[in-house]
Design a protein around this ligand. Structure first.
Ligand code: FAD
Ligand code: NAP
Length: 544
């Protein structure tokens, strides 16, 4: 039996949850499909020890409901994964979202019919839904990736991926644990695992820059300083470059004296968090400016880690600071002063295989009882390309063979009525994702409402608008240092993935203005069609 809805939403993370709420408030029917057994997306899957947000919780939270943002109380400055998941569940209950959600269900196929202007969406549980619009709220970091290391199946102990952590938790007491990877997930997990396990062996291919979070309990005073002025502060954040109120210093790092620069870096280091990168206005544009920040953090690593050789190995040398996602930690570098933590450089001696007893890198075998893969995600395109998406002229996979191409990261030409939330070509992962999610959801909801009000039922990005947006995206990216790093932003972490800079780096505020202008001009760069003839066709199709 084919169910009929106005909209199918794929994914019940923060994007899919808010999308459902907004559409409902417009009287538009929707069905959400979610592969997991509950809401929360990232915070449902990533239950590894130490997982928490790196944007302060007063900002990494929904702003759409004044009541919600006033009543919810965060217990720490940077909430932990269990608390963020509780928040997601609270939102689902408070807005009665679950009755339109189907869990444990993966969308496998979406096919667009150009005669009826409708998508037929199929799932791995045999559901078939016909919908005018399909919204991909599938997440930028939801396709966990275990590298193709020979021998994984032979390992006698347990293996874990940070992005698929067991719900019951893992007790590493007394165990020898390998952690492969030193990205944000590993940097959060390693200090916590090291406090529990007998021994931790960290396999590092590329060291990362990490800034201490200075996390701590949320005081009533601090929470109130936000709550008493939330509408104005949220609005200000929406117009910032990163969607975060990070107190940017609009001065070049090269214009100030060495003493002044050091003072400013010290101040930011002491305050903690990603705001460090807003210390000067040219850190991501100018190599020399960037070097000043990178050198400062390298010196901090050398000050913290007692073993000089280990400190040198932990100090990143091969990419500008911030061009791989900057990490935020609690006692990451200090953890290497522990007796039970060992760092293995797998850049010079790559991991060759997993054996029954552990990990073989170079000529050495490291015996362990458990392996934690903190090896990241097929980011930004992985979840979308796992679905067979076809709009008549070929699949999305075929279209994106050379890398993702979109107009505004919201739609891709040739795939009408399909929206992406935080798709490639939008600020997404370079921003406070809550801000970017809310902006996309609001834009999409307004667009669907506009189509209805105009008696239209089809919207498609034009090829010309998409080409111009892709060109603009590349142009702004190449004015920065970002493309210099072998990062997942560039798709480098996935063998064979086309290497293009995927997010839009023009800034959250400017991007919002562009999206708003385009909508105000009757959706410039989109073709809007449909009407009564199509409505008859839909009636016929549904009757059949
Ligand atoms: P997700 O939360 O990824 O949800 C997408 C959902 O879609 C998933 O539940 C997935 O199961 C489902 N799905 C995908 N494909 C299908 C399919 N075919 N069928 C059915 N369901 C499907 N961002 C920040 O701004 N600040 C932070 O501090 C921060 N911390 C992070 C920490 C970690 C460990 C990670 C991995 C990411 C973090 N992020 C952070 C980014 C984070 O992904 C976003 O902030 C946000 O949670 C994304 O929400 P979403 O709904 O867009 O996607
Ligand atoms: P990641 O940043 O992609 O890190 C993966 C790590 O695994 C890298 O160090 C990588 O090394 C290593 N690796 C991969 N394959 C390997 C192999 N075959 N051998 C050795 N090492 C290998 O993934 P992540 O840490 O899960 O983070 C992904 C993103 O999620 C972050 O950038 C961030 O946006 C978000 N996140 C945020 C937080 C937070 O603080 N709130 C926490 C976790 C995640 P190379 O660098 O050499 O490829």
């Amino acid at each position: 039996m084919t169910e009929t809805k106005d909209v199918v939403i794929v994914g019940a993370g923060f994007a899919g949850m808010y999308m459902l709420h907004r559409l409902r408030s417009l009287g538009i029917s929707a069905r959400v499909f979610e592969a997991g057994s509950g809401v929360g997306g990232t915070w449902y899957w990533n239950r590894y020890p130490g997982a928490r947000c790196d944007v302060e919780s007063m900002q990494y939270s929904y702003s759409f409901s004044p009541e919600l943002q006033q009543e919810w109380r965060w217990s720490e400055l940077f909430a932990s994964q269990p608390e963020i998941l509780r928040y997601a569940n609270h939102v689902a209950d408070r807005f009665d979202l679950r009755r339109d959600m189907q869990f444990d269900t993966r969308v496998t196929e979406a096919v667009f019919d150009r005669a009826t202007h409708r998508w037929t969406v199929r799932t791995d549980r045999g559901d078939v839904v016909s919908a005018q619009h399909c919204v991909m709220a599938t997440g930028c970091l939801s396709t966990a990736r275990v590298p193709d290391v020979p021998g994984i199946g032979r390992f006698a102990g347990k293996t874990y991926h940070t992005g698929h952590w067991p719900h019951e938790g893992v007790d590493f007491t007394g165990q020898r644990v390998a952690v492969i990877g030193t990205g944000s997930s590993a940097i959060q997990a390693i200090p916590v695992i090291a406090r529990q396990a007998a021994q931790v062996v960290v396999f590092q291919r590329t060291p990362n820059f990490s800034i201490p979070s200075r996390n701590g309990p949320m005081t009533e005073g601090y929470a109130q300083s936000w709550k008493s002025d939330y509408p104005a502060l949220r609005d200000k954040a929406r117009h910032m470059r990163t969607g975060i109120l990070n107190n940017p210093n609009d001065v070049s790092a090269l214009e100030v004296s060495d003493e002044e620069r050091r003072r400013i870096f010290e101040e930011r280091w002491a305050a903690g968090g990603t705001n460090f990168m807003a210390a000067f206005n040219d850190l991501i544009f100018d190599q020399r400016a960037n070097d000043t920040a990178a050198n400062f953090v390298r010196d901090k690593i050398r000050e913290t880690v007692r073993d000089k050789d280990v400190a040198e190995r932990l100090a990143p040398k091969n990419h500008p600071i911030g061009t791989k996602r900057i990490c935020v930690d609690t006692d990451y570098y200090g953890t290497y002063n522990r007796e039970n933590v060992r760092l293995v450089d797998v850049r010079s001696t790559p991991i060759r295989e997993i054996t029954a007893n552990g990990v073989r890198a170079g000529d050495a075998e490291y015996g362990v009882d458990a392996i934690v893969f903190a090896t990241g995600f097929d980011a930004m395109t992985g979840a979308l390309l796992n679905i067979d998406i076809n709009a008549g002229d070929g699949t999305l996979r075929e279209k994106w063979e050379g890398g993702p191409r979109t107009y505004l990261g919201l739609m891709t030409a040739g795939f009408p009525n399909m929206f992406m939330i935080t798709g490639p070509g939008s600020p997404s992962v370079l921003s406070n994702m809550m801000v970017s999610i809310e902006q996309h959801v609001d834009w999409i909801a307004d667009c669907v409402a506009y189509l209805r009000a105009q008696g239209l039922d089809c919207i498609e990005a034009t090829q010309a608008a998409e080409d111009a947006w892709v060109e603009h995206g590349n142009e702004v990216a190449h004015k920065t240092l970002y493309p210099l790093a072998n990062s997942w932003y560039m798709g480098v972490n996935i063998p064979g993935k086309p290497q293009v800079f995927m997010p839009y780096i023009g800034g959250v505020g400017a991007y919002r203005d562009t999206c708003d202008e385009i909508a105000a001009e009757g959706y410039r760069g989109f073709e809007l069609t449909g009407g009564s003839v199509v409505d008859e066709a839909v009636d016929l199709a549904v009757a059949e």
